[in-house]
Design a protein around this ligand. Structure first.
Ligand SMILES: N[C@@H](CCC(=O)N[C@@H](CS)C(=O)NCC(=O)O)C(=O)O
Length: 214
């Protein structure tokens, strides 16, 4: 598999972020892009991974997944966490708190919310397998992790205020996905801090623009 060559001259070409509207992973870098004000530097293209779009995704790299970023040096970067870091760096770290304590708290939050996103995503896929092949202990364990993660996020929400950072962005992406794919988790129940914060933050234009559609 050929990896795209570095044929672009630096800063001469707008970067491109491939996304799919309902991918929680793709929502993370999209939120970074909009919250850090990088709209003029990075163009977005909806490339939902399905057969007709595979050619573009696979032509650039072996994963065939969104999100993916083509940089202005021609590199093709995958993995939401890396793309978020790349874009934040480009913005002059607008979404990373400068103080060590706040920065570390934001990274801890990002990790917790990443665990939630993965566990929700895996549970969705386990649930799609033929009933006879599903492993109930896997689904139960993932559901238990999700519940513990919602609790941890509720506790952390006491300090969220109206701050936007990479941890907050991952939290929004994971909870938006939970509402879509796992509404029966009822994550708001007994977690008023998280529920109230989410209600408020969801009104921001970037949150509305990137919310899953269903
Ligand atoms: N670890 C990756 C996960 C990306 C991922 O799984 N993306 C999904 C969409 S939510 C995808 O492109 N799936 C298409 C496929 O697997 O064919 C990340 O953080 O970016």
């Amino acid at each position: 598999m050929a990896i795209r060559s570095n044929s672009y001259s630096e800063r001469s070409v707008t970067m491109k972020l491939y996304f799919s509207q309902n991918s929680p992973y793709a929502r993370r870098p999209r939120l970074v892009l909009h919250e850090a004000g990088l709209q003029d530097e990075v163009e977005e293209e909806d490339l939902t991974p399905r057969a007709e779009n595979d050619a573009v995704l696979f032509a650039n790299g072996p994963g065939g997944k969104v999100p993916a970023l083509i940089t202005n040096t021609g590199a093709f970067i995958v993995e939401s966490l890396l793309i978020c870091r790349y874009l934040d760096d480009l913005s002059g770290n607008k979404l990373t708190p400068p103080q060590p304590e706040e920065r570390d708290k934001a990274i801890q939050l990002e990790g917790t919310a990443s665990v939630l996103m993965d566990t929700l995503y895996f549970r969705t896929h386990e649930g799609r397998r033929d009933e006879s092949h599903q492993v109930s202990t896997v689904k139960e364990k993932d559901a238990k992790i999700a519940m513990a993660t919602y609790d941890a996020l509720n506790e952390a929400a006491a300090d969220f205020g109206d701050t936007i950072n990479l941890g907050i962005i991952t939290t929004i992406s994971a909870l938006g996905y939970a509402d879509w794919r796992h509404p029966s988790d009822n994550w708001r129940d007994g977690r008023p801090l998280l529920a109230d914060w989410y209600e408020r933050i969801s009104n921001r234009p970037a949150m509305k623009l990137t919310a899953p559609i269903y």
